[in-house]
Design a protein around this ligand. Structure first.
Ligand SMILES: Cc1cc2nc3c(=O)[nH]c(=O)nc-3n(C[C@H](O)[C@H](O)[C@H](O)COP(=O)(O)OP(=O)(O)OC[C@H]3O[C@@H](n4cnc5c(N)ncnc54)[C@H](O)[C@@H]3O)c2cc1C
Length: 409
């Protein structure tokens, strides 16, 4: 098969939250952009479903909030969790300085489809599904494009800038030879679904017990369940037997007992490995990484999507005009890294504190856990719930859309 060649201004490898938001914003600003997504659709259910208040604010800034909120979703204004027999009321989003004072729980493919739909309204937007970036094209020490494979054959996409948005197993960062600092995560996740009945609670639910933890995301007609285990502990879970696994789920969420038969065996339970890492340098001439490709996030706190989207907004703000004028320099790529490093470090630091101080002890104990003193403060002083709400809902250094909407003829 012959190799097809495309020339564009920016090539985004990876159509997750970071890549789709960046592609949408650049196209909206009139920058020619090719987005490559290796899968045929956006049904990557591992990503979680949290659309944060900050992202809803961005939707408002680009004039799409009302239409977006018409998509089926549920609104979560408070977050609570259960540690042993104590319920902790952890976050209250109702005081956030945003128009939407809640997290929207929406299947993420609906969100990404929405961005694709609106991206396609701009002539500069070119989304290639089933197209996998396989290598970088380099000339004179500078990245000048991407090699990709698609069902129609190999493609070379030549671009002034390549942005790696291909997630925590990024091919782009691997091919670029970036040094990765592996911070490590002591947990993995067993991922499965169970049907949701109309009279079930609507709440997203987290429950910690001795040696186990279950988080349940409300996806309207089913619960997406994340059963947290110690890293590498899958063999120990399996050694106890499948019935013991089901019993532990029923212990943490008794209302599921009547439908546990839906999980027929280990084939219905997917192991997701959790990574926390970051690049020392996010860029090289002609190349930038953002989102999980630059800093893989743990699921703790459900904040990785927010961070990825915020990276994309910052990158679009800093790079859209220079890309249009074909004057992107490495100093500008460094400016993106500089702007996003502090928020990323703060959030990763918090995730690591929670995984090491809370999750690891709970998963390693045989006695029923009690909430740490600091967690009880959230129950006693409701005003404190605004702090996690801010960190989860807005992150640190919330970004706003400064890119204009280019006129379309
Ligand atoms: C089990 C688990 C649960 C999580 N739950 C939540 C949650 O509830 N809330 C939250 O905020 N965060 C959650 N996270 C973290 C969150 O998933 C990530 O931080 C976030 O998805 C990062 O977005 P991204 O766009 O950078 O990368 P990704 O979401 O990983 O997207 C990368 C995209 O690139 C595509 N791709 C990969 N390689 C290539 C290639 N070579 N060529 C073309 N395309 C490619 C992939 O198919 C994918 O669509 C969770 C993480 C895990 C592990």
């Amino acid at each position: 098969m012959t190799t097809k060649s495309i020339t564009t201004t920016c090539c985004v490898a990876g159509g997750g939250p970071a890549g789709m938001m960046l592609g949408f914003l650049l196209a909206r600003a009139g920058v020619e952009v090719v987005v490559l997504e290796k899968h045929a659709d956006f049904l990557r259910d591992f990503r979680g479903d949290t659309i944060h208040p900050s992202t809803l604010e961005l939707m408002r800034e680009v004039g799409l909030l009302d239409e977006f909120l018409k998509l089926p979703h549920s609104q979560v204004a408070q977050l609570s969790g259960q540690v042993g027999d104590t319920t902790i009321h952890l976050a209250d989003f109702s005081h956030l300085p945003t128009h939407c004072k809640f997290i929207a729980l929406m299947p993420q493919w609906d969100f990404l489809d929405f961005l694709a739909l609106h991206g396609r309204k701009y002539p500069a937007f070119d989304l290639h599904m089933r197209t996998e970036a396989t290598d970088l094209i380099e000339e004179g020490g500078c990245v000048v494009g991407v090699k990709a494979k698609s069902p129609d054959g190999d493609i070379e996409i030549r671009a002034d800038l390549v942005v790696g948005c291909d997630g925590r197993h990024s091919t782009v960062r691997d091919r670029a030879g970036f040094a990765v600092e592996d911070i490590g995560a002591p947990i993995d996740v067993l991922w499965f679904r169970i049907s949701r009945h109309e009279d079930d609670t609507a709440e997203t639910f987290g429950h910690m017990e001795a040696g186990m933890m279950l988080v349940m995301l409300n996806r309207n007609d089913y619960w997406q369940c994340a059963y947290v285990i110690p890293k590498g502990g899958i063999d120990r879970v399996k050694a106890k037997g499948f019935p013991a696994f089901l019993d532990s789920i029923a212990f943490m969420s008794p209302f599921l007992r009547d439908r546990l038969g839906e999980i027929k065996g280990w084939d219905d339970v997917k192991l997701l490995t959790v990574a926390v890492d970051r690049l020392a340098r996010w860029h090289r001439p002609g190349l930038l990484c953002i989102g999980d490709a630059a800093h893989a996030m743990s699921p703790i706190g459900g904040v990785g999507i927010n961070l990825a989207i915020q990276d994309a907004v910052a990158a679009a703000n800093i790079l859209a005009a220079p890309l249009k004028e074909r004057r992107v320099t490495e100093a500008l790529l460094e400016a993106v890294q500089q702007r996003r490093t502090m928020p990323m470090r703060v959030i990763q630091w918090l995730q690591i504190q929670i995984q090491n101080r809370v999750l690891s002890p709970v998963l390693g104990t045989a006695t029923r856990p009690k909430p740490p003193f600091a967690a009880k403060l959230f129950n006693w002083f409701p005003v404190l719930r605004r702090i996690p709400a801010r960190l989860i809902g807005l992150g640190v250094r919330a970004e706003h859309v400064h890119t204009p909407e280019a006129k379309t003829s």
